[in-house]
Design a protein around this ligand. Sequence first.
Ligand code: ZN
Length: 98
Amino acid sequence: MADNDLYRHQLIERLEHEKRAAQAEIARAQADEARARARVSEKDAAIASVRAAREPQADECKRCRFEFGRTSVLRPMPSKSKHARFQCALCGAEEERA
Ligand SMILES: [Zn+2]
């Protein structure tokens, strides 16, 4: 009988250990889900902001207007091609214009 009790006790201990491991897995999965949901919210906010941005002026950096909601006037850069090159001083984006 004592033998059965010991067996039962050890089996329960092992199952409790496996249960704690599964609970830890749930906690990690929930943390992953929370981070993924936060990223979805960030992207929704970013999409709404891009949609709401006004049209950039002709001499304005598109990236700064659409992505960062700020105004930055492009500066001319030396160019070897027949197209004029411009660069944004704030974000570094480059544009080529005919
Ligand atoms: Zn820019």
